[in-house]
Ligand binder design. Structure first.
Ligand code: CUA
Length: 322
């Protein structure tokens, strides 16, 4: 009953039990084997201790005692632990297979995710994270059935990149590039999280992963590469006038900042503030006026002094950047 209740909570886009990738499948299999092994050992040990304390209360002879120690205390743990170790090692080649799909660089920032698609040229020799290609943030697209190679890094503190439904977590360490290969096997929208305490807003450092067909993925990257349509718009004018472009880039306009997330196609994402709020013009307006109320510890300053009307027009313009 309790088990069923626990497992029903595991049916979500953020569950390791709902494996949607080759790596998570292997991790899931390993977990089930380890759990079954542990349960079996527990049952045997409890059975023996009950037998010894209830059914067989007489003292053991010296020979019987030695036999019990040799078989139960040495042979049994050696055999079971060796079997479980062998099982775990046998799964490793599958997890270590190199990528054959796109190469994507992801930087853990405080407290969001900077993403560069199409960084294949630099990937082979890079010792620090490549900062070129098509930039986006907080929503990672991956092609189904391909082994995408993710290069992970961080400019300042340690984060940990984890998409439970797709694979194991890997730390993002300043000054190093760590690698993770993910092969999603099922299309869908999954949740990712930061799995290493990195500061006040750590718990709200999440992202979405959208797994799509390879041709849809290619079209997505091509669309993200295009600059924003730079039409005259009061929202755009307010955005530039209030200096938002010092931190944020909207490619195609004069906003070229690289401190905060690239907003060129913000409206095409499903969330804002690294999955803090669902995407809408209202949510963007709330975030601009008081980011700390939405997400405590966020680095972006509040812009509550900007008149409501201007915030609303900025939000509407940003939401329209598909
Ligand atoms: Cu980033 Cu925790």
């Amino acid at each position: 009953m309790a088990c069923a209740a626990c497992l029903s909570a595991c049916r979500s886009p953020q569950s390791t039990f709902e494996a949607a990738g080759t790596e998570s499948d292997a991790v899931n299999t390993l977990f089930l084997a380890m759990a079954a092994g542990a349960a079996l050992i527990w049952l045997v040990v409890m059975g023996i201790s009950l037998y010894a304390t209830r059914a067989h209360r007489d003292a053991y002879s010296e020979r019987a005692g030695i036999r019990l120690i040799v078989w139960g205390g040495v042979a049994f743990p050696v055999v079971t632990l060796t079997l479980l170790l062998g099982f775990g090692l046998a799964l490793m080649p599958e997890l270590r297979r190199p990528g054959d799909g796109p190469r994507i660089a992801i930087s853990g920032e405080r407290f969001w995710w900077r993403i560069f698609y199409d960084t294949s040229a630099e990937a082979g020799v890079q010792r620090s994270l490549p900062r070129s290609g098509v930039e986006s943030a907080n929503e990672l697209w991956l092609p189904v059935g391909q082994r995408s190679e993710l290069m992970l890094g961080s400019p300042d503190v340690v984060h940990s990149f984890w998409v439970p439904a797709l694979g194991g977590k890997v730390d993002m360490i300043p000054g190093r590039v760590t690698r993770l290969v993910l092969e999603p096997t099922r299309e869908g929208l999954y949740n990712g999280v930061c799995a290493e305490f990195c500061g006040t807003a750590h718990a709200q450092m999440a992202f979405r992963v959208r797994v799509v067909q390879p041709d849809v993925f290619a079209a997505y990257v091509a669309a993200q590469a295009a600059p924003a349509a730079d039409r005259p718009d009061p929202g755009r004018d307010a955005f530039l006038a209030h200096g938002c472009g010092a931190c944020h880039a909207v490619r195609g306009t004069q906003a070229l900042g690289g401190v905060g997330p690239d907003l060129t196609h913000l409206g095409s994402r499903t969330t804002i503030g690294a999955a803090a709020l669902p995407m809408s013009a209202d949510a963007i307006a709330r975030f601009i006026a008081a980011p700390g109320h939405v997400k405590q510890g966020v680095e972006m300053p509040a812009f509550a002094m900007v008149p409501q009307g201007e915030i609303a027009s900025m939000a509407a313009w940003l939401e329209g950047l598909k």
